[in-house]
Design a protein. Structure first.
Length: 527
């Protein structure tokens, strides 16, 4: 339980006592504690102050748990979007991690994916967890063609210092028309800018603009600007049409014809944009598109990428956990995450595919609440493993409003999910202790916590909790009313009125508390 968060000792120290025999009989973790209070009461400030004291080694906070305080790992998580990340620090044997920012880098994609799948199972979410990556090959191929055209008179593949890849001559004509439109657009834009500057000078002259000559000049300038605006719009539309045509015809002419060519164009996309290797690979694909390239002849950086893509594509399709599909202008890589980590695919190959951004942990079909709880579960698991690797064996986890995006039913189940997931991790890693403090505004969470394990900021009143009716917790524990302010105001107005209108009577019929409805009726009847 949290013993003295609400009543600081005379020495100015927080005393956190979490050991509770009853807690250990109902939770998978060692203890589950709740911190409640109205907005502005200081829950977040208190949590961060405790973390700072524990991690900095200043020790105004005394942490009491089963066993030694040594090897302590402290973790903070919040769902608040504007939270400023707390820096990872360590003092002595205490290490800290802010899990709120999520997994910036999946250093272990397979393990992270396993956490997501397990979280989905705990939630009973039956949707497939899909990785969906889409690459616009039409754009990339058109960019390669455009690059070759620009260099046609200065460089090219060996033996062809000028000229274009076979079939690209008409693309050069389109490209030249685009450049011509660019020049016309720039000339018209410059003319409009010059006229606008001249108009600005005339207007600043004030009284001079009253002369007939100047007024006539101003009218002509405005008319010319309107003409130029229309011309600029027409030029922009024509250029856009030609750009789209250039892309479409480039793709139609040079689209990959087999898996190897798909892999090589994807390799081209993954190479640094300004690298010589990328340029040479693009040139080779354009000039030799009908023949299969010799992967062994590629530079090492490109060869490794190409081989990874080919091996991953073959493994995915062979095991039936996904597909590589070239349709229209897109290459779409679709992978079922649970199947991916469940079939016999080299773990290192999966990690390399993720590094190349061929797969991701994505939940396009998930709601914001599902995505939030997935993120929270996996981020906490990741941080626990991260601190475990640094020597932590006892964990104190602070969760600040982790339930804020959840539906009432998931709020009701929230602590059970946290307890289940973290309890499994405790057993898996054989942790000495794992104790959780949750700050919340949800009375539903209080129904799963022992009264001795709840602290309310600002007073020491015992809060009704474990198994208590929700109405009692709302009124007595959270010091609030169970009726919204609008309903409360209108009901008060109805009870105070001497004469009720037809609209008032209709409103009374809309009140869904029979006791309140009958009370108002009986009071009016007595009058």
């Amino acid at each position: 339980m949290i013993d003295k968060i609400k009543s600081i000792s005379s020495q100015g120290a927080f005393e956190i006592t979490l050991a509770n025999p009853v807690s250990q009989s109902i939770y998978e973790v060692d203890s589950l504690n709740l911190l409640i209070g109205v907005n502005g009461s200081g829950k977040t400030r208190t949590i961060k102050s405790i973390i700072s004291d524990l991690v900095s080694g200043r020790a105004p906070t005394r942490f009491i748990c089963e066993g030694d305080i040594g090897e302590l790992g402290v973790i903070y998580y919040t769902s608040v979007p504007f939270h400023k990340e707390m820096p990872e620090t360590a003092a002595g044997s205490t290490v800290f991690s802010d899990a709120s920012q999520g997994l910036k880098q999946h250093k272990n994609f397979v393990r992270t994916a396993q956490d997501y799948v397990e979280a989905a199972g705990l939630l009973g979410v039956n949707k497939d967890l899909q990785s969906l990556r889409r690459f616009d090959l039409q754009f990339e191929i058109a960019r390669a063609v455009r690059s070759v055209i620009r260099r046609r008179y200065s460089s090219g593949p060996p033996g062809q210092t000028s000229g274009l890849p076979p079939g690209a001559e008409h693309l050069h004509e389109i490209f030249q028309r685009i450049r011509l439109l660019d020049r016309r657009y720039n000339v018209s834009a410059k003319e409009k800018s010059d006229i606008s500057d001249e108009l600005s000078k005339i207007q600043k002259g004030g009284h001079e603009a009253a002369s007939g000559f100047l007024m006539d000049s101003t009218d002509k300038s405005h008319s010319r600007i309107k003409e130029l605006d229309k011309r600029l719009i027409d030029l922009a539309e024509e250029k856009q049409h030609l750009e789209l045509r250039f892309e479409a015809e480039s793709f139609r002419e040079f689209a990959p014809q087999n898996n190897l060519q798909v892999a090589l164009w994807l390799t081209y996309l993954k190479l640094p944009s300004n690298s010589v290797t990328r340029r040479n690979l693009g040139d080779s694909l354009l000039w030799n598109r009908a023949a299969d390239a010799d992967i062994d002849a590629l530079p090492a950086s490109a060869e490794n990428i190409a081989r990874t893509i080919l091996e991953f594509e073959e493994a995915v399709q062979k095991t039936g956990c996904g597909s590589f599909e070239l349709k229209d202008k897109y290459l779409t890589i679709s992978v079922n995450i649970p199947l991916l980590i469940g079939v016999k695919i080299r773990r290192q190959l999966i990690e390399e595919a993720h590094h190349l951004d061929l797969i991701e942990i994505g939940f396009g079909a998930s709601s914001s609440g599902e995505a939030a709880i997935f993120h929270q579960m996996t981020s906490l698991s990741h941080s626990i493993r991260q601190l475990f690797a640094k020597g932590a064996r006892r964990f104190l986890i602070f969760i600040d409003e982790g339930d804020m995006l959840l539906h009432l039913e998931w709020q009701r189940r929230y602590l059970g999910l946290i307890d289940d997931r973290l309890g499994r991790l405790k057993k898996e890693l054989k942790l000495a202790s794992l104790q959780v403090i949750v700050a919340t505004h949800s009375p539903l969470l209080a129904t799963d916590v022992l009264r001795d394990s709840i602290s309310r900021m600002g007073d020491s009143k015992v809060v009704p909790a474990f198994g208590a009716p929700l109405q009692k917790i709302v009124n007595d524990g959270f010091n609030t009313k169970a009726v919204g302010s609008i309903a409360e105001r209108k009901i008060r107005e109805l009870t105070e009125k001497a004469i009720l209108s037809d609209l008032d009577l209709a409103l009374i019929e809309q009140i869904d508390d029979d006791f309140v409805k009958n009370y108002i009726r009986s009071k009016k009847a007595r009058r």
